[in-house]
Design a binder for this molecule. Sequence first.
Ligand code: PLP
Length: 312
Amino acid sequence: MIAGYEVQNIRSDARGQMDLEHLQTLVTEDVAALMITNPSTLGTFEPRIAEVSELLHERGALLYMDGANMNALAGVARPGDFGVDVMHLNLHKTFSTPHGGGGPGAGPVLVKKELEAFLPVPVLVERDGRFALETHRPKSIGRVRAFVGNFGVLVRALAYTLAYGPGMRQATEDAVVNANYIRKLLEDVFDLPYSSPSMHEVVFSDERQKKFGVNTMDIAKRLIDYGFHPYTTAFPLIVPGALMIEPTESESKEECDLFIDAMRSIAEEAATQPELVKTAPHSTRVGRLDEVGAARRPVLRWKPKLPAKAAD
Ligand SMILES: *Cc1c(COP(=O)(O)O)cnc(C)c1O
């Protein structure tokens, strides 16, 4: 329960897109909002997004979009045009701010004009050529903690956006071309569970390698031996054994080619010498780390180990 509301999941259909029939049965006058990721974590665009937003708006509900995949849209499509009322931008994804090591992330929330009155205070306004913080807004949801956010991260994203300018469109198109190039040159060796057109990422599964006892994690670890940062293994949840490959616009064709060669070579190894893949990585100082343990029980301070005697 959140503010008296319950969360319900909408199924996806055989193409991995939102099941509109299921949505229809759930959207009543009591529904506040739907949250959608578009393109989805499968990297496919929801072709019926306009219908989804119409259905919601007819019944007084809002459409919230998770902007995690704006790398496929920035400079090309405006979510507001296909009916999105509220969204956030994951600046640590599309907008170039640091992602690794746990952040800091930043996700500014964007709203349509009709929702502006409800924004948290203070709001930055411009009066007579000067900026001021406005706090008196009767309909505001009030003050939220740390309203300035991760200021440095926001500035960096802004600088990145201004530097690209209209070139943002090219970045988006390159990201989409890269993902589709990789898809085309790997789809004969890796299983593609959903064949809807890919946007900026392509999702394979380890279905074909599984029969040799090799799973997506093994392939990801083996990629390290080839000098590549592994792809995502745990998402999307609707694809068991997912290989989610998101090259972004920053990789050149040469880099994509090297990656494709490595992946093809690992597929070959999985079939002919699976042990090599299952015990990877072989070229690193440490083998497979206990990542869950590291996240749950982080050791953030170095402490000298005293000899047992000294402790007595
Ligand atoms: C990355 C991602 C998240 C997590 O976002 P963070 O801002 O990195 O915590 C959530 N949803 C989707 C679909 C994502 O791709």
